[in-house]
Design a protein around this ligand. Structure first.
Ligand code: PLP
Length: 341
């Protein structure tokens, strides 16, 4: 199994988002192994494109990134939870995002240094609360980015303006070198949301977080699977677990080396489709753990060993499966080799 990554499209998406960010510069959310695409390759490509701010969630995600990206360009969103993580940040020069007074205390006790701060403006997930902002612990912190996160930027809702208003007040309360609010969808909300740095994730990888982004963003990731076996069915023959498909005519079918253990979940049953030389091979019957059966009727010249490409455009795949565009990428498993141009 291969996950083809189109590096040109990835770099192009970053440049498009950087441009759409107006006065602000675009960073990149590369947490969760760059949404499953492979953080080393992705971060090297984005660095070459001009990206200078990289956001991961966990400390364990830092070493892979450090092979390509300068330490001070790496921000760890979860922040430090113990003295060891503080020591790791200070030794490497990677910057923690401090989310609570507890984390600020840990950082100060460990010696402090340049850091970022997350403030909650209405999502109630991570970040300092309003009441925390007057704490003495904040004075003298070397804050690079003061950031907050939008809960519903993919919707048209008053919550966006409420969060923007709360964020605007922060400038007079927290002194930082830079301010940051927008994720991918937030970039499409317009200039008021851009501040100094934007933090796109899903749109870098081909996700259309809001309709305004369509036309700017290209597909980046394409799963491919090899044909292991081809057979000819007769009318009445049954296919796969629980015989969810039964042939009503003679038909040529192929078995592909991809299944739900690879993140090609059972919700693709009856919906999935693969492509080969511009022709379609719809899935037949239930998706198995390691295997998927497809209809090769329109691919008479396809042979065992050939590779088929899954139809994996994120917005339409999300609509047909009920999975989010984020899940469609982060699900893709470890058995994929990640490569491509
Ligand atoms: C994941 C994340 C992002 C990126 O969000 P997208 O919706 O993928 O663009 C930005 N900021 C924070 C704090 C995040 O956790």
């Amino acid at each position: 199994m291969r996950l083809q990554i189109d590096s040109d499209a990835l770099a192009g998406n970053w440049r498009a988002l950087d441009k759409l960010s107006g006065q602000a510069v675009a960073g990149a959310a590369v947490k969760a192994d760059a949404y499953g695409l492979g953080s080393e390759r992705v971060s090297a490509t984005l660095l070459a494109a001009g990206c200078r701010d990289f956001f991961v969630a966990h400390w364990s995600e830092v070493p892979a990134l450090l092979r390509h990206v300068p330490a001070e360009a790496i921000a760890v969103l979860h922040g430090p939870n113990n003295a060891q993580e503080v020591r790791f940040a200070r030794e490497t020069g990677v910057r923690p995002v401090l989310n609570s007074l507890h984390q600020i205390g840990l950082w100060r006790n460990g010696g402090g240094g340049p850091c970022h701060v997350m403030v909650d403006t209405g999502m109630n997930r991570l970040g300092l609360e309003k009441a925390d902002l007057s704490s003495e612990l904040l004075s003298g912190l070397q804050i690079d980015i003061c950031m907050s996160h939008l809960a519903s930027a993919d919707e048209d809702t008053s919550q966006n303006d409420e969060q923007l208003a709360a964020f605007a007040q922060l400038r007079s309360v927290i002194a930082a070198r830079r301010y940051s609010l927008a994720n991918s969808a937030g970039i499409a909300l317009g200039g008021a949301f851009h501040a100094d740095v934007t933090r796109p994730g899903i749109a870098l990888y081909g996700g259309i977080a809001r309709a305004e982004l369509a036309g700017h963003i290209r597909q980046v990731a394409r799963p491919e699977a090899a044909v292991l076996q081809i057979r000819t069915l007769q009318a009445g023959d049954k296919v796969g677990y629980n015989a969810l498909f039964q042939a009503d005519r003679e038909m040529r079918v192929g078995t592909l080396a991809i299944g739900y253990a690879d993140g090609f979940l059972r919700c693709w049953t009856g919906r999935g489709c693969f492509h080969w030389n511009g022709r379609r091979a719809p899935t037949l019957g239930r998706i198995s753990m390691d295997l998927t059966i497809v209809d090769l009727s329109d691919l008479p010249d396809c042979r065992e060993g050939d590779w088929l490409s899954a139809a994996y455009d994120l917005p339409s795949s999300a609509r047909s499966t009920g999975l989010s565009q984020y899940e469609l990428l982060t699900l893709l498993g470890r058995r994929f080799s990640r490569g491509g141009a």
